[in-house]
Design a binder for this molecule. Structure first.
Ligand SMILES: Cc1ncc(COP(=O)(O)O)c(C=O)c1O
Length: 1015
């Protein structure tokens, strides 16, 4: 081991000049250089950059001198581009000749080239330079990778692996506070770092990249040009190199961790570091300083005449004290993030798990934040009166302003976004511990502003970690921390700030909370740190942090690290991302452009139209991040944006989309699956792109088969948008701009039992209503015509969700067929299991039509349709004229159709429709008992209607009320429609994945909307 007390060799400048000449044939003027153990001279020759002559301390084992020589030799080969000193061989070809001193001691002598440049210690440092320094250091160590020499295995106190030896010098630090600082770092080193060192990568490193050993290109430098003094090189943990370099480079910088992060990122770029190396870096940086200050203290007597030892003591203490004030876990997060790692292991997984599972979370506030109208609270606007009142701790004024704003916008929920930069945090408690002279301003929780006393529920199960009161003004007040350990996700924490103190008496550490359990209440300003009532909800991915260590606002410079350690809790709180930024045109702009560019007949729902930007299962999300429960749109049969459908569509679209003139598996597979859902005789499929196309094709087949175009339709029916279908749709031809009934069309009454004459026995309704069809057949006969077909929806929809009375279709089909007509079922609205009990609604009537048309739900939003008919009708249609429909039945559409059928079967959606539909019907019937205006409740599966009347006796339609209730439901976050000849039927057709929870919400909203509409 090197004897540090052994004095440096005694050789004068002229001795040095003589040695240079004799050994190396170099003539120059020698000037002494600083050195702790060796004697070093600079030699200026006037002909080249000059040299350094090193006369090595006699106590230094020869193997160590040989090691340094070998190291420089290695670098000359493997790091020729690096700025490192080059060895000069002696005249006898030796890199390390020996010389005897006057006392007879033998010293090794080495001559290396002088490197020009400014020491980093004298240069102005910038983050860019730190990064460049890191890169250069990374390259140096990369060049040293694999280099080994017996002299590299040496015992050095300055080797960070032995940093705990500083403990033996601790007593030399006189100032007890400073001693405590050093002691804390040593203890942390012993407990958390030392045990890990053996598993970290080791190699030969420079080991003393302090700011005097680093050369840069100028005083205002842009790059590191050289490394000098390899005297401390050793085989040790690689990360020590970065730690040592950082410890000196960041001295007296305003943002030392930011500077270290730049350095380490540069190093990582050239020589990738491992996460576990970065985990010990913060402590190792501090420990390098601890080694230095403890040595200084222990050698206080000598330092007066050896300024080298004390040179960085004062700044070292300043930095150590600053590092001591930092949370090491947060600092480590910053360093990890700088190298592209998650700031804490598992942060990404937690974020992904939340994104993947948020749909199953319980509502944190009730009703869910998703369906509430929301406004962004103005905490980000420093000049706003609410923000000023908050900063000045006048919560009552802030609350008054907020209450008025919330009422004016009809927005019950205020949101303080994650990532907002807020000038409101002026108190000294918010001073940055990382960056001198800066305040922490970046909000890393999500605020929910609601009245004090608002109950708050756990979105997922958790265990109470802590419940406490943070009493400082503008602190958290009531503070709850929960730990969550969901399967398949690393554990994480949630922090609930500004809570009512009530939680303290109800909860204690270790208590288990289920999803949906009460966590606490929003605190008033007397108990929440003096704020406007709100919840500060924060996600914490570092489960080692205690509630008091979690920062609620961070430095904007470390946004990315905070995003890992404290990810945005919006999804946990049920706040859709659209809340925070509006994309595209405003509603007014779209309306104006529609007027300018589109057919004016397009109608828009609601007086205040909605701009939807996203669909998600049963929910539609508007451009302000408000979610609406979609109970109206039966096209999204499996729910909006169903992943299976999206996948099937994109997969096939990326592969091939052609037409039916080429062979493809999909069309036959789909036809087989589709016809498999139908009664036996319906076995031939054909495809279209819309319900109207399907109906048109079905009519062509019927006319072709029967040779007659005489049609019987039900009053108020709708079958499609082409002229021939409008002619068959009383709903169109009898209303505005309609041309009235065409001569070939015969109208039978709508068989709506609710309006049946009172004297008809219920069991006779089918038969009695069918008489109307008999009358039409009669009229046809009298006009000398015979029926081509009878067409009806299996549950007439626009006529007001009319459920046909028992035996009705049996009677009608028999009559029509008896006269040679075909019976056609329009299942465009009601097909694909919507009724729950069957795949097709006509099956509820015990009949089998001659052809059935399908549309809307068939592709879950993808435009496609189908007609399925009998072999006989199909063969007759094969009359020589080709049926070609460019898009119909293409591989993409058929892939989508298959995905829809798969999901219905796999997820048992028919059964779900039946069960939830039944549950809903029961709920609607309860509403009927409560509200006299509900004349009739009708439904099967998820096809439902509520008939509103002004009085139950006269059954006069309550049209205005129906509109009011539908509008009220929209205000409360639920979409339903109105229908029927008098627009007095509330119509509901939610998607087949509708749950009981969804049903409860719908029922609650309907109830509230009835109460409000009837006021
Ligand atoms: C019963 C019925 N048939 C046919 C159609 C026409 O379908 P599409 O609009 O896809 O052409 C509709 C559309 O609302 C319908 O409700």
């Amino acid at each position: 081991m090197t004897d540090l007390s052994h004095p440096a060799p005694r050789f004068s400048a002229s001795d040095a000049e003589g040695l240079a000449k004799d050994f190396f044939d170099v003539t120059g003027t020698a000037t002494p250089l600083d050195g702790e153990r060796d004697r070093n001279y600079r030699l200026e020759t006037g002909v080249d950059a000059g040299w350094i002559l090193k006369i090595v301390n006699a106590s230094e084992p020869r193997v160590e001198s040989e090691f340094q020589t070998a190291l420089l030799d290695h670098l000359a080969v493997h790091g020729a581009h690096l700025g490192v000193p080059h060895l000069r061989a002696s005249v006898t070809g030796d890199y390390l000749p020996s010389v005897a001193s006057s006392t007879g001691e033998k010293h090794a002598v080495r001559l290396v080239s002088w490197l020009a440049g400014t020491p980093l210690a004298k240069a102005r440092r910038s983050l860019a330079l730190m990064r460049n320094f890191g890169q250069a250091l990374g390259e140096l160590d990369r060049a040293l990778q694999g280099f080994m020499h017996p002299g590299a295995v040496r015992d050095l106190d300055w080797d960070l692996r032995h940093a705990a030896r500083s403990r033996s010098r601790l007593h030399c630090i006189k100032d007890p506070d400073r001693r405590a600082v050093a002691e804390r770092f040593i203890a942390r080193f012993e407990q958390t770092v030392q045990p890990k060192l053996a598993s970290l990568r080791a190699q030969v490193i420079h080991n003393d990249a302090n700011d005097w050993n680093i050369l840069v290109d100028a005083e205002t430098p842009r790059s590191v040009t050289g490394f000098i003094d390899f005297g401390d090189a050793v085989h040790t943990v690689l990360i020590a190199e970065v730690a040592i370099a950082s410890a000196y480079a960041i001295l007296d910088m305003d943002d030392p961790i930011g500077a270290a992060a730049a350095l380490v990122a540069g190093f990582h770029e050239k020589y990738p570091l491992q996460a576990q190396e970065l985990d010990v870096l913060f402590n190792l940086i501090a420990m390098r300083l601890v080694i230095s200050v403890t040595f200084s203290a222990s050698r206080r007597d000598q330092t007066d005449d050896n300024p080298y030892l004390a040179i960085s003591e004062a700044p070292a203490w300043r930095l150590l004290e600053q590092l001591d004030s930092m949370n090491p876990r947060l600092a480590t997060g910053i360093l990890r993030k700088a190298c592209g790692f998650d700031a804490i292991e598992g942060a990404g997984e937690v974020r992904r798990w939340i994104a993947d599972n948020h749909k199953s979370f319980a509502d944190l506030v009730r009703p869910s934040a998703a369906i509430l109208d929301k406004v962004i609270a103005p905490f980000g606007d420093a000049s706003h009166e609410m923000t000023i009142a908050s900063a000045q701790q006048r919560p009552a004024d802030a609350t008054r302003w907020w209450n008025e704003c919330s009422a004016a916008h009809k927005a019950p929920l205020g949101i303080g976004p994650w990532g907002e930069v807020r000038a409101v945090y002026t108190d000294s408690a918010f001073e940055s511990r990382f960056i001198k002279g800066q305040h922490r301003t970046l909000h890393v929780g999500v605020d929910l502003l609601m009245p004090a006393g608002t109950p708050l529920y756990a979105p997922i199960a958790g265990t109470v970690r802590s419940v406490e009161v943070e009493p400082d003004p503008l602190g958290y007040g009531g503070l709850v921390m929960l730990e969550h350990t969901p399967p398949g996700c690393p554990p994480f924490l949630t922090l609930w700030g500004h809570m009512a103190h009530e939680a303290l008496s109800r909860l204690q550490a270790g208590d288990k909370l289920e999803a949906g359990d009460l966590v606490g209440y929003m605190g008033s300003d007397h108990e929440n740190g003096g704020w406007i009532p709100h919840l500060h909800l924060q996600l914490v991915t570092d489960t080692q942090l205690r509630a008091c260590e979690v920062i609620g606002v961070g430095e904007p410079a470390y946004r990315e690290a905070w995003a890992d350690l404290f990810p945005d809790a919006s999804a946990l709180a049920g706040i859709p991302p659209e809340t925070y930024s509006q994309q595209g045109m405003t509603k007014a702009q779209i309306i104006a452009r529609r007027k300018e560019l589109l057919l004016p007949n397009l109608s828009i729902s609601y007086t205040d139209p909605i701009k939807f930007v996203r669909g998600d299962g049963v929910w539609l999300i508007d451009n302000f991040g408000r979610a609406y429960l979609d109970c109206f749109n039966n096209v999204c049969h499996l729910g909006h944006s169903h992943p299976d459908v999206v996948e099937a569509l994109t997969r096939q679209a990326a592969l091939l989309n052609t037409n039916t003139r080429y062979l493809h598996d999909n069309i036959v597979e789909y036809a087989e699956r589709l016809t498999g859902t139908l009664p036996k005789g319906l076995c031939v499929a054909s495809f279209g792109c819309s319900g109207s196309e399907a109906n048109s094709l079905m009519l062509r087949m019927a006319r072709n088969y029967t040779g007659s175009d005489q049609a019987i339709v039900l009053d108020w029916a709708y079958h499609g948008t082409t002229q021939e279908l409008i002619d068959l749709s009383p709903y169109k031809y009898k209303r505005k701009a309609g041309k009235g009934r065409a001569a070939h069309v015969y109208e039978a009454v709508v068989p709506d039992s609710y309006y049946a004459p009172e004297h008809w026995p219920v069991e006779a309704h089918g038969k009695r209503f069918a008489e109307s069809v008999a009358e039409q057949l009669d009229a046809m006969r009298k006009a000398g015509k015979r029926p081509g077909f009878f067409i009806a929806e299996s549950i007439p929809s626009v006529a007001g969700q009319v459920f046909l009375p028992e035996h009705y279709l049996e009677e009608v089909y028999a009559m029509v067929r008896a006269e040679g007509g075909l019976c056609l079922a329009d299942e465009v609205q009601v097909g694909f299991g919507r009724v729950g009990s069957h795949w097709w609604a006509f099956e509820t009537q015990g009949v089998v039509p001659d052809a059935v048309s399908m549309g809307k739900p068939i592709g879950n939003g993808h435009p496609m349709s189908a007609v399925v008919t009998t072999r006989e009708v199909a063969d007759a249609f094969n009359n020589g004229m080709e049926y070609f429909n460019t898009f119909a039945g293409n591989p993409v559409s058929c892939a989508v159709g298959l995905a829809v059928l798969d999901a219905i079967e796999r997820d048992q959606l028919k059964e779900n429709a039946l069960n939830v539909g039944h549950y809903l019907l029961e709920g609607l019937r309860k509403l009927q008992q409560q509200f006299d205006v509900i004349g009739d409740v009708r439904g099967l599966g998820l096809f439902l209607g509520i008939v509103l009347v002004t009085d139950r006796q006269s059954k006069a339609p309550a049209t205005a009320l129906a509109r009011k209730v539908a509008d009220g439901a929209r205000e409360r976050g639920v979409l339903i429609g109105t229908e029927g000849p008098h627009d007095n039927v509330l119509k509901m057709r939610p998607s087949m994945i509708f749950s009981r929870t969804n049903a409860d919400f719908l029922l609650e909203v309907l109830k509230d909307s009835f109460i409000a509409a009837l006021k």
